[in-house]
Design a protein around this ligand. Structure first.
Ligand SMILES: Cc1cc2nc3c(=O)[nH]c(=O)nc-3n(C[C@H](O)[C@H](O)[C@H](O)COP(=O)(O)OP(=O)(O)OC[C@H]3O[C@@H](n4cnc5c(N)ncnc54)[C@H](O)[C@@H]3O)c2cc1C
Length: 509
């Protein structure tokens, strides 16, 4: 008898519970199903597919080295499983618990129904500190800690040969269709096969600049780990990474390195904290977390297009968007600022914003992405509104304009004193600096100061209109999704302080 190990977003051999347990029970049929309908979704894209192909190719090579290559199929999972069940003596299906959006959730329900109809057991195992089901968030931290500290699963050393597979998967790729607004492939950027280089260079050198470098456009690419795509496709186990980080933190003779690694360590925990939100409420892919924000914004298609193409007339915003379109990656602060500018200044609906960004990200991870977008768009009801001043951000995060000049070459000759505010150039300066506003580079699509003050007014009025039920629903969101790390009283004070800060710090218009 055979165990079918269904690979999804867990493309690795190490710390893979399903693969290990299946290999201990006997022969294994490792299967990956390419689902063309999935690739038509508005949050999937060619660049993700490109990365996934490389990851699958690597997995195939590793599996072949153990004795049994990856069995690749194209189509609906239940139909593929039907065909496999007719051909092989399959006694069980094993996989990880996928924390996906509505589409994969429905697909998994269909697969569960199919397994029941075939009387075939399907065993699913967690691959991060995300729990299914979780009664409430009260003890999430303790549970997560326990899970993340638990030993990793061993890697099988051999798999019995079951079926012939080609040497490489290159001839097996189907032609897929993508969303009409696909941002296109990212040739020459982050590759799946570079995982070890990213890991080694981060722990050996780059981590030392983590805290100071992750928020600035010009340093973030180097200072951040850039491990997100490997985590998103499960090429890297979050538990193994956390444990490595912890060991390095504790054994490093340099206190400053431990300090940097501890910041990185916290973010790895956030990974699970955010994913738990989508696991607990998959509808937040499409619905506002706090339901009374529903209907507050409608996207203006012209503004949406300008934002999505990096043509807003705000150089730092445009540089962030264009670098993301070109490379498939952007640092956290850049992502947060793009969402905030889109949802506050341009008053775009967060769903349009989320889908566009997801298509641009190679590391698209639904469980982090949707809760993060909602948090930055201010629709959770439990996080303070964070509006970034696009000019101030530009001056602080790219003071010498290196990043802007690279990604907005129309402004390459503009001196730094005008680079963050090119609309202040008079016509003769525009001639001198080789940029005609409105022709070579857009005039600002909105007046940022005015737009921010309008957004604030709209938010205030909206909240007032809905007030009777507001607090009650907010409590429900808190109960379901908020972190319980700190005692509630301290957290309340901190939130109140942050909310105050919204109208006081110079980081906000
Ligand atoms: C609007 C928005 C959308 C986002 N969408 C995604 C997404 O689709 N996929 C994704 O992996 N990350 C997403 N993030 C979180 C974060 O920006 C990225 O994880 C990070 O920039 C990836 O780069 P890195 O691996 O070098 O990060 P590092 O700083 O090196 O962090 C290491 C890992 O920790 C986790 N992590 C780091 N920051 C966060 C965070 N704020 N929240 C949750 N987990 C975090 C990620 O798994 C990341 O790979 C989003 C953030 C925002 C504001």
């Amino acid at each position: 008898m055979l165990t079918l190990v269904w690979f999804k977003r867990d493309l690795r051999l190490a710390d893979h519970q399903a693969l290990w347990l299946a290999s201990q029970a006997g022969a294994v049929l490792p299967v990956y199903v390419i689902e063309p309908d999935y690739w038509l979704l508005p949050d999937t894209s060619q660049r993700q597919w490109q990365f996934l192909q490389q990851a699958l190719e690597l997995l195939h090579l590793q599996l072949r080295a153990l004795g049994q290559g990856l069995v690749l199929r194209v189509g609906r999972v239940t139909e593929v499983f039907d065909e496999l069940l007719a051909t092989y003596p399959i006694s069980a299906v094993m996989s990880h618990q996928e924390i996906g959006g509505l589409w994969t959730y429905q697909r998994d329900k269909a697969v569960a129904a199919w397994c029941r109809s075939q009387q075939l057991p399907w065993h699913e195992y967690p691959q991060s500190a995300v729990f299914r089901p979780l009664k409430n968030r009260d003890d999430w931290f303790a549970k997560a800690d326990l899970w993340l500290k638990s030993p990793c699963w061993p890697t099988p050393t051999a798999l019995p040969h079951v079926v012939e597979t080609p040497e490489t998967l290159q001839q097996s790729w189907p032609t897929l269709c993508f969303h009409p607004d696909d941002p296109g492939p990212c040739a020459g950027h982050q590759q799946a096969r570079h995982l070890q280089q990213y890991l080694d260079s981060f722990f050996a050198q780059r981590a030392s600049q983590y805290r100071s470098g992750i928020s600035k456009a010009s340093t973030a690419r180097r200072s951040c780990s850039r491990l997100s795509p490997y985590l998103a496709y499960g090429m890297l186990s979050i538990r193994a990474l956390l444990q490595t980080t912890y060991r390095q933190m504790k054994t490093s003779p340099e206190p400053w390195l431990s300090h940097n690694l501890s910041a990185f360590f916290s973010r790895l925990r956030w990974h699970c904290h955010f994913m738990q939100k989508l696991e607990d409420q998959v509808e937040i892919e499409q619905q506002c977390m706090h339901p009374l924000y529903e209907g507050m914004r409608q996207s203006d298609p012209t503004l949406l297009r300008a934002w999505a193409l990096g043509q807003t007339g705000y150089p730092y915003i445009d540089a962030c968007m264009r670098s993301l379109r070109q490379t498939g990656w952007l640092h956290f602060r850049g992502r947060a600022m793009l969402v905030a500018f889109a949802c506050y200044h341009l008053w775009l609906d967060w769903r349009d914003v989320a889908k566009h960004l997801a298509r641009c990200f190679i590391d698209f991870e639904p469980g982090i992405h949707y809760p993060q977008v909602q948090m930055q768009a201010g629709t959770t009801g439990i996080n303070p509104y964070r509006m970034y001043n696009p000019v101030l951000q530009s001056q602080q995060k790219d003071p010498d304009g290196q990043f802007i000049r690279r990604y907005v070459p129309e402004l390459a000759k503009v001196p730094t004193s005008y680079l963050h505010t090119p609309w202040l150039l008079n016509p003769s300066q525009q001639v001198d600096y080789n940029v005609m506003l409105g022709r070579d580079y857009p005039e600002p699509v909105v007046d940022a100061k005015l737009a921010a003050s309008q957004a604030r007014q709209r938010l205030k009025e909206w909240q007032q209109q809905q007030s009777p039920q507001w607090q009650q629903l907010k409590q429900q969101v808190m109960h379901r999704h908020a972190s319980r790390k700190r005692p509630v009283t301290i957290r309340r004070k901190a939130v109140a302080k942050q909310q105050l800060a919204l109208f006081e710090t110079d980081d906000v218009i």
